[in-house]
Ligand binder design. Structure first.
Ligand SMILES: Cc1ncc(COP(=O)(O)O)c(C=O)c1O
Ligand SMILES: N[C@@H](CCCC[NH3+])C(=O)O
Length: 444
């Protein structure tokens, strides 16, 4: 076949439908290979703001916030801000009527700077520092989720006005995810195990503190969880524990917080989390167990992070070099400093050529970063056109959660800018870190 014969079908490839579920809803690709996210051309954004660049489609985030509220009427939805927080996100979350899960003075400060109400925040963490607690009190954070007996003592000494607290419980449920983000089992650093009696002891400690008011239980099984049955099992165990607390102390706790962890697809073909199934099975579990124990059903809270923002994010890189050595390496201008997830969790990604139609058939390449580690691999064995070359743009989807928030300055590389697209509008949310930023803090 001549190139002239092949070209039309290659152009067809460029027009091929985008992979499902991994791009922000409404993302399109045209016959020139131009990708439009939130109605905006990615090549224009790369030209205007530079690369690597984090894009976040705010309309997509709003849509997902609304889907959660609709699926769980009456429940509290608390966005887990560790997934991605900046002022614009805090404003959006406030406007959508969600609460906010925070876990540091820094996250409180960002939310507070845009007037996010303290009473709608929950503070988490297994080692909250005095600064975190001070910030929480200063801003009137509504609930603090206690995670150690030391913390109960410290809080008891510092708190005023009967600070509301929840006790974080590990129910002994393994959500079947990467060990680094498995938190429902007992042998890891978070929470008080249920089966050993540690959770019951924590409740006793809280109730001995006159300045604390116990309002509920919390559990978080882990992150990237797909099995709804695990949430159901944890729910049943926690309602059983609510009954045990009532039996021992004569106290019915009004809140049950089931944490987050709802999985998102990273690659085409992966399932999306069964939110409707989750809502149904958790409600049935609460209803059945409460009826069995003659308890008033508690108000539910869920804390999705990734599920609200991951698919709304796209990272744009520029190809710096292509090397054919054992395999084909496509090296880009970012890497593990803006996305450490492949190195940390073996996370897999898709990459797509942006801004021009391919002129060679697709083949598998390895997209690597610019950092001084052989493990700085962004996407293993991904199909890309064989003619990818230096100067091309690549877009990597499903990068809205735990990318900018996990970014580092490894090799003293500045963290990328974050740009919002929103129904055709463009706004810089977080500016790119510059050498001046890096030098300014180095005061030796
Ligand atoms: C207490 C708590 N809630 C919610 C989340 C959000 O998790 P995800 O982003 O997987 O929904 C986390 C992080 O895993 C967490 O530690
Ligand atoms: N950082 C993890 C998620 C951690 C969830 C927070 N407890 C990730 O990127 O998958």
């Amino acid at each position: 076949m001549t190139l002239a014969e092949i070209l039309p079908s290659l152009r067809g490839m460029a027009q091929a439908r985008l992979e499902e579920n991994v791009w922000p809803v409404g993302t399109t690709v045209d016959e020139h290979g131009e990708l439009l996210v939130g109605g905006v051309r990615v090549t224009e954004l790369a030209g205007r703001f530079g690369t690597p660049l984090h894009l976040i489609d705010l309309a997509d985030v709003r849509r997902r916030c609304r889907a959660y509220r609709a699926a769980l009427p009456g429940a509290e939805i608390a966005y887990a801000s560790k997934a991605f927080l900046c002022r614009a996100m805090a404003r959006l979350v406030a406007a959508e009527g969600l609460s906010l899960d925070v876990c540091s003075a820094g996250e409180i400060a960002v939310a507070r700077s845009v007037g996010f109400p303290g009473w709608r925040m929950l503070l988490h963490g297994n080692a909250k520092t005095p600064e975190d607690l001070k910030a929480a009190f200063a801003h009137g954070v509504g609930r603090i989720v206690v995670d150690s007996l030391d913390e109960v003592e410290q809080l008891g000494a510092l708190a005023r006005d009967r600070q509301r607290v929840l006790v974080r419980v590990t129910p002994g449920v393994d959500g079947g995810t990467h060990v680094a983000v498995t938190t429902g089992v007992e042998d890891q650093k978070f929470g008080f195990p249920l089966s050993t009696g540690a959770a019951a002891e924590a409740v006793r400690h809280v109730l001995r503190q006159p300045n604390l008011r116990l309002v509920g239980l919390h559990t978080h099984l882990g992150s990237q969880l797909r099995r709804v049955a695990d949430f159901e099992l944890a729910t049943r165990r926690l309602v059983g524990f609510l009954a045990a607390v009532r039996d021992e102390h004569g106290l019915e706790l009004p809140e049950l917080n089931l944490g987050g962890g709802h999985a998102v697809p990273q690659l085409p073909g992966e399932d999306t989390f069964d939110l409707a199934g989750f809502a149904h099975r958790v409600r049935v579990a609460v209803h059945d167990e409460c009826a069995r124990h003659r308890l008033r059903p508690p108000r539910l809270t869920v804390e999705p992070g990734r599920a609200l923002v991951a698919a709304a994010g796209v990272t744009v890189y520029r190809v710096v070099a292509v090397k054919h050595a054992v395999r084909t390496f496509v090296a880009v201008d970012g890497g593990m400093s803006d996305n450490p997830r492949p190195a940390l969790y073996g996370a897999r990604y898709l990459a797509r050529l942006v801004g021009r139609p391919p002129v060679a058939p697709t083949r598998e390449v390895t997209v690597v970063g610019r950092h001084c580690e052989a493990g700085d691999v962004l996407a293993r064995d991904v199909p890309l056109p064989g003619d990818v070359h230096a100067g091309d743009l690549l877009a990597v989807p499903a990068t809205g959660a735990y990318h900018h928030s996990l970014a580092s300055n490894y090799n003293l590389v500045g963290r990328p800018a974050v740009v919002a697209v929103d129904d055709g509008a463009v706004r810089l949310l977080v500016r790119r870190e510059t050498e001046e930023d890096l030098l300014r803090r180095d005061v030796g």
